[in-house]
Design a protein around this ligand. Structure first.
Ligand code: PBG
Length: 330
C-alpha cells in the first residue's frame, strides 16, 4: 500500500492532463442568441448597454455578423425579434413577414447547414411585456394560460413555415408543448423538434435581456408562470409534463446558479439537455473582466465547463461567437 494518494501524477504535463480530461466544451455544443430588429435602417447596430459585446442588429447587420460567425465555426443560433410595433396580443410575433420569420428565411437561404432555433414567446411583441395575453377582472390582471396557447402555436408554426429547424417555447404556459406539437403535426411538420424551456425560473438574472429584447413587463412580474427559484422537485414535474407532451429537448434556465437542476434533469431523463447561460450571467462576467478583476476568457470557459460537467449537452451562451472567433472553443 502506497503512503497516500498522489493526484498530481496525472497532472504532470498538459498532454497528460488532456488525456484524462473528463469534459470539454466543443463548437457543436454552443448556441448563439441574436436580437434582430425590424427597422428600415440597414446599418442599425445598437450596443446593448448592460451586455458589453452584444448588439441589437438590423437584418443586414445580422447577416454580416452571422456570416463571420459561421466562418468561425458557429453551428447554431437562437433568434429573438424586436418588432416595429407592439400590441395587446403580440400579433407581430406570428406575422408571416415578422422580423424573426424574415431572419429565419435569410439564414436558411444563406447557410443551409446552420441549425436555426427560434424563441417562441409573446413578451417581445406585447405592449404590456407579458409572455401571454392578459385578462382583467376588476383590479386583478392575470396572464391567461389557455387562450395564449393558440397564439404560441401560431407563432411556432409561422417560424417553422419560414424554415426554422427547431422551435423553443420560453413562455412557460402550461400545456404549450402539446399545443405546439399538435399544431406542427397538423400542418405536416411532424419531424420538427421542440426544445422546451422546460425548467425556467422567475430569475433576476434575466434583467439585461429585457433591455436587449425590450420585453420587461410594464407591471407585475412573471412569478405566476415561471418557477420559484427555491424549488427543485417542481423542476421534475415541469420536465415530466413536457416529456409526456413530446418535447425533444429539455432546457434548464438560468444555468450557472442552477447546476443542481441541470444534473437532476440529466439523471432523470434521457432527452438531450440544454442549459441557457442567461444575460445576467454573461453581464456579470463581462463587467468584472472589464474591470480587470477576473480573467474574462478563463472565467467564461470555466463557467461553460461547469455547465457541461453538471450534465448539459448544449449551452446557449452569449460567449459562443467570441470564443469561436478567437479559437478558444473548436
Ligand atoms: C422570453 C425570454 C426571456 C429570456 C429568454 N426568453 C426573458 C424572460 O423570460 O423574461 C431570458 C434570456 C436571458 O436573460 O438571456 N420569455
Amino acid at each position: 500500500m502506497a503512503e497516500f494518494f498522489r493526484g498530481r501524477r496525472l497532472r504532470r504535463s498538459a498532454a497528460l492532463r488532456e488525456m484524462v480530461r473528463e469534459n470539454e466544451v466543443r463548437a457543436q455544443d454552443l448556441i448563439m442568441p441574436y436580437f434582430v430588429v425590424d427597422t428600415e435602417d440597414a446599418s442599425f447596430r445598437k450596443p446593448i448597454g448592460s451586455m458589453p459585446g452584444q448588439y441589437q442588429l438590423s437584418l443586414q447587420e445580422f447577416e454580416k455578423q452571422v456570416d463571420a460567425a459561421v466562418g468561425n465555426g458557429l453551428r447554431s443560433v437562437l433568434l429573438f425579434g424586436i418588432p416595429k410595433a407592439k400590441d395587446a396580443v403580440g400579433s407581430e410575433g406570428y406575422a408571416d413577414d415578422g422580423i424573426v420569420q424574415r431572419a429565419v428565411r435569410l439564414c436558411k437561404q444563406r447557410w443551409p447547414e446552420l441549425v436555426v432555433i427560434t424563441d417562441v414567446c409573446l413578451c417581445e411583441y406585447t405592449d404590456h411585456g407579458h409572455c401571454g395575453i392578459l385578462r382583467t377582472e376588476g383590479d386583478t390582471v392575470t396572464v391567461e394560460n389557455d387562450a395564449t396557447l393558440e397564439l404560441l402555436a401560431r407563432t411556432a408554426l409561422s417560424h417553422v413555415r419560414a424554415g426554422a429547424d427547431i422551435v423553443a417555447p420560453s413562455d412557460m404556459m402550461d400545456g404549450r408543448i402539446q399545443a405546439l406539437r399538435e399544431a406542427l403535426d397538423a400542418e405536416g411538420f411532424r419531424d420538427t423538434p421542440i426544445m422546451s424551456y422546460a425548467v425556467k425560473y422567475a430569475s433576476a438574472f434575466y434583467g439585461p435581456f429585457r433591455e436587449a429584447a425590450e420585453s420587461a413587463p410594464k407591471s407585475g412580474d412573471r412569478k405566476t408562470y415561471q418557477m420559484d427559484p427555491a424549488n427543485s422537485r417542481e423542476a421534475l414535474r415541469e420536465a415530466t409534463a413536457d416529456v409526456l407532451e413530446e418535447a425533444d429537448f429539455l432546457m434548464v434556465k438560468p444555468a450557472g446558479p442552477y447546476l443542481d437542476i441541470i444534473r437532476m434533469v440529466r439523471d432523470q431523463f434521457d432527452l438531450p439537455v440544454a442549459a441557457y447561460q442567461v444575460s445576467g450571467e454573461y453581464s456579470m462576467i463581462m463587467a468584472a473582466a472589464q474591470n480587470d478583476w477576473i480573467n474574462g476568457d478563463a472565467v467564461a470557459m470555466e463557467s461553460l465547463l461547469g455547465i457541461k460537467r453538471a450534465g448539459a449537452d448544449l449551452i446557449i451562451t452569449y460567449f459562443a461567437e467570441d470564443l469561436l472567433a478567437r479559437g478558444l472553443v473548436q
